[in-house]
Write a protein that binds this ligand. Sequence first.
Ligand code: NAD
Length: 256
Amino acid sequence: MGTYVISGAASGIGAATAALLREQGHTVITVDLRDADVVADLSTAQGREDAVAGVRARTGAVHGVVPCAGIAGLTGVDPELVVSVNFFGALALVQGLRAELEAAGGSSAVLLSSNSVTCQPGWNAEVAAACLRGDEEGARRAAASSDAVAVYPATKAALAYWTRQESVKEEWAGAGIRLNAVAPGMIDTAMTEGLRKDPKLGVFADAYPSALGRPGRPEEVAATISFLLSEASSLIVGTVLFVDGGTDAILHPLKP
Ligand code: NAD
């Protein structure tokens, strides 16, 4: 049995993943703004330090990290906060616990991208580029002149690219740490409840096609994350796995 760290575990996909891993007999250390083992704000440098220190105080070896904490790109949401929580808050946890992941031997991190990267047009490429340079101030500046709707998929694209680029390096795959990402579609959580209530964007909530004709459940994403954390996925490195009921496949068919 292993020890897993999950941020954003007070709600939605993070909560479902924590519940599934506990059912499987693992130890789970949760990080969130509330209702968590480690209460920390991942949007700030101090909160990120507190989060990593709080985990280290509980364990020396971590078998998996799943940074689920994130905020949606909705009307009225601060686009700079989207950058800081979704990209830099996620990486702070994965990078901050790299030594503990290596210490566990044969460990894994699963990052939360999104199918908005391929399915939502017009995202802010400047934000994504600054994220990938590790330039939080630059990414926040680029985001400030945009809006949260165009910034959200940019942060998720940056997470996907980061996962692919970093996963094959000596410090990750070479140290026995597999990095992968999931790209969920529309999943019924507090985040998408917020989308449905959004005065401008609410009408688009059910606009994306699904081959299953329904939104996903957080437990369905948790099951995929659990697979990517487990030995059953031992050959999978640097993958971004769509978990979206076929939305991306419908919108991007192969052309003969
Ligand atoms: P959710 O809103 O249900 O849960 C998000 C959690 O993150 C909450 O518990 C919240 O308190 C926590 N959080 C927010 N800001 C934080 C901060 N500064 N510090 C610490 N914790 C913070 O969301 P969800 O739908 O479960 O989404 C989980 C992840 O999956 C997010 O990264 C989201 O972008 C991604 N995702 C969700 C969907 C979807 O349709 N729900 C689709 C694609 C990707």
